[in-house]
Design a protein around this ligand. Structure first.
Ligand SMILES: C[S@@+](CC[C@H](N)C(=O)[O-])C[C@H]1O[C@@H](n2cnc3c(N)ncnc32)[C@H](O)[C@@H]1O
Length: 264
């Protein structure tokens, strides 16, 4: 507990990241990994195998960019350091250990960035129409541009719309319908793909766009899945990830994700 509190106070964060709970989520994710890592092994192995295959196909291995790098559970730092000269990690918040490493190792660079550019506008939103209008405006902008031998979007896609949905639900004082949520998730995901498309280098995407809740008997009680057009990308693999076994997030349900991997 003391260590977690220290981590909370010592980790450098932007006011926006603190305000929207990214640091708290980041520390929670690390502890969930510690508790669930045995169940996560098949998921982590799939991510690492696909990363290794992508690296093997590259004509040169100077640079890699990881979008949504978090703790690098999926592509561990040692694999990045073994394969690339320059490593760029992009996230709204970076764990303390990556800050320490980036200070000691000039090959590692951290970029702290909201890849949606939506967070700074959330407080001003008053209606669902305004959120859609913001989505449309951001869809027409260049939100990020990276050039590297390999650029990985690492289980970030579904995260992008979470806070915008949360903000508008709080403002409207009601839960959005599944269709309303799906539309927002689709819009944010397509904008992310459009910007990724504009980046220079080989792309690898781990997309976490289906969530499944199961009751203690293993019956599906909720399935959330929204449409995304991956036209132009090659589908590499699909798999199931037991993100939170029964008792981890709740005694009433387990949480699983269906992950898809694409490359271009
Ligand atoms: C599920 S985690 C990714 C796991 C990570 N690839 C790993 O191996 O540990 C999603 C990450 O996306 C980041 N994220 C969420 N919204 C973001 C945004 N708008 N811009 C940049 N990063 C964001 C979160 O901070 C989180 O670290």
């Amino acid at each position: 507990m003391i260590f977690e509190s220290l981590e909370f106070f010592l980790t450098p964060t932007t006011p926006l990241a603190r305000k929207y709970g990214f640091l708290y989520s980041s520390i929670s994710l690390k502890h969930r990994y510690e508790r669930c890592k045995k169940m996560w092994i098949p998921h982590l192995k799939n991510c690492q195998d696909l990363f290794t295959d992508a690296v093997a196909s590259l004509p040169q291995k100077k640079s890699v960019v990881i979008l949504g790098s978090a703790h690098l559970h999926e592509i561990p730092m040692h694999l990045l350091l073994e394969n690339f000269e320059q490593i760029t990690l992009v996230d709204v918040v970076h764990p303390l250990k990556h800050h320490w490493l980036a200070k000691r190792n000039h090959r590692v660079k951290l970029i702290t960035q909201d890849l949606t550019e939506a967070l700074q506008h959330l407080e001003k939103l008053n209606s669902l129409d305004e959120l859609h209008a913001l989505g449309q405006e951001l869809a027409g902008k260049d939100l990020f541009h990276f050039e590297a031998d390999l650029i990985v979007s690492a289980n970030l896609l579904s995260q992008l719309a979470l806070l915008p949905i949360d903000a508008i639900e709080k403002k409207l004082k009601r839960e959005l319908t599944v269709d309303e949520k799906d539309q927002i998730c689709t819009d944010f995901a397509q904008t992310h793909l459009k910007n990724l498309e504009g980046c220079k280098g080989k792309k690898l995407i781990y997309a976490d766009r289906e969530v499944i809740y199961k009751d203690p008997q293993g019956e599906v009680i909720y399935r959330g899945h929204y449409p995304v057009n991956f036209a132009g990308y090659k589908e590499l693999k699909k798999w199931n990830w037991v993100l939170a076994p029964l008792g981890e997030a709740s005694k009433k349900y387990s949480v699983e994700m269906n992950i898809e991997a694409y490359s271009k």
